[in-house]
Design a protein around this ligand. Sequence first.
Ligand code: PLP
Length: 376
Amino acid sequence: MTHAMLDSEERIVITRPRFGRFFLPGPTEVRAEILEAQLRPMIGHRGKPMEQLMAEMQPALRGVFRTGRPVYIASSSATGLMEAAVRNGARRRVLALVNGAFSERFYQIAVACGLEADALRVPLGEAHAPDRVADALRGRAYDAVTVVHSETATGVLNPIADLARVVHDAGDVVLLVDSVTGVAGAPVESDGWGLDFVLTGSQKALALPPGLAFGVAQDAMLGRAREARGRGIYFDLVEFDKYLAKNQTPNTPALSLLYALQVQLQHIRAEGIEARWARHAAMAERCWQWADDMTQRGIPLGVLAPPGFRSPTVTCLTLPPRRTGPAVTAALASRGWTIGAGYGELKDATIRIGHMGDHTVAELDALLAQLAEVLA
Ligand SMILES: *Cc1c(COP(=O)(O)O)cnc(C)c1O
């Protein structure tokens, strides 16, 4: 992390403590070079330099989302585009696939936007089974399904490609995907899997500061948006599409964050998206293996998510008896390392390690060594 301070002559001094000690499952650690990119001066948001900046970033953003479609950039947290998904995509009745706190939020957003919404719930730690979703879609007429790709509260990865198939088999139904801890860390094929709308935020696997959200809409979604009467102004996808066609945003964007994004996209391009996915998979596997090793050594740690449905970006670990999430995270914090306690109902029973963004297996190993000492 970078810290900016004033010296005795009131000049800004930037110090750069070592990268690799901040493993929250969002916001994630941001490299100093990316933070510093934000120091560039302002430009007008209707001028040529802005249009060049936006145009330059599109190919890399499309590579991250694996899409040929435009990638919209919103100046908001990810929840803003969750609301956009529902307001633009749903007509009347939504089926919300809930398996944790963030997918519960998607359901609550649908309710708050005045839609008729049914939650299909599975126990915490489980993924949604395509067969059961297909049954639910046969049982009642829905026009949209919400789902969270990587449930950050539980570390569960939903089988999005298979879910997309059953949703499309159900007819005129759009799939609205929160891939906030998926995109840029887990494989996402926006076009290949036919994800009608998929969104993420800047502060997770993209390893940027919070404040930007990104979304890709297929034709079916844009069609829905055009006919949606309650889509509002700020998150109107038709406007996003219209402005992006001229390399602009509908309103004044969070320009400093766009500068950070521009530099980060250069790094992501240089690494390659598939190599980025592989690095995340390697970190996740190391984390699971370590939990098994700890268990063998008499300190029982469980990976909450079942094999085959584990997120490559966040691992939720169940703790040994008499250990609680807040106590473990506090003990690590006193050593200068940050991870997440459990989320919501799982706050005490679990901890969460965000092995995503720009972290490496070597940095994760250093964290796990500290965690082993704390748990010993
Ligand atoms: C972090 C997160 C969000 C919320 O993002 P904000 O940027 O805080 O609005 C939504 N969904 C998932 C899966 C997340 O991990």
